[in-house]
Design a protein around this ligand. Sequence first.
Ligand code: F6R
Ligand code: ZN
Length: 188
Amino acid sequence: MPHIPFGVDMDLLSGALHNPAHHLVRKASDMRGYYADANALDALIRTGNDPLHYEVFEAPIPRESGDLMVCISALQPGRVGEECFMTKGHYHTIARTAEVYLCLRGEGLMLMKTAGGDCAVETMARGRMVYVPPGWAHRSVNTGPEPLVCFCVYPADAGHNYGDIEVQGFPKRVIRKNGDIQLLETAL
Ligand code: F6R
Ligand code: ZN
């Protein structure tokens, strides 16, 4: 891909980018193993017609050192059992790479953890930026009734490493119970 300046149009409400180079779609069936209540996820897949979980639209940028990847994502509202819809979460393959998330719509939480056992949680809301430092795995969680739409920028060669997350998850799970958002400690 040639390195020439370009611009792209984005729909900041739905969280879409026109003519993306990549369009990642994750449905409920792609999330097996990630939620505490596997039966509730199975029921959602069967009776809810395997609903959309989240989408990520990436701009046409080479995954090369020196470039910055730009993407916009929309995480749908909903729950699996009591647990709020969330992304899989990942480390960056090149651990020294950070990421900036600018929230454009909705409400949520960003769960972050390091391989050394540190954990952090930041709120996400329209107009709020969350900085994910190098070495921190990150997962977004939609705690509200609308799609959680975010604009992200990170080094284009960072890569995604799902590492221990499918098995171990994060030190906290986010549930909505009786209308309240609660953070549950998990036994890691
Ligand atoms: C890129 C990034 C986001 C996520 C997106 C999907 O480094 O953090 O664009 O890729 O939120 O999350 P995962 O990849 O964890 O399914
Ligand atoms: Zn990332």
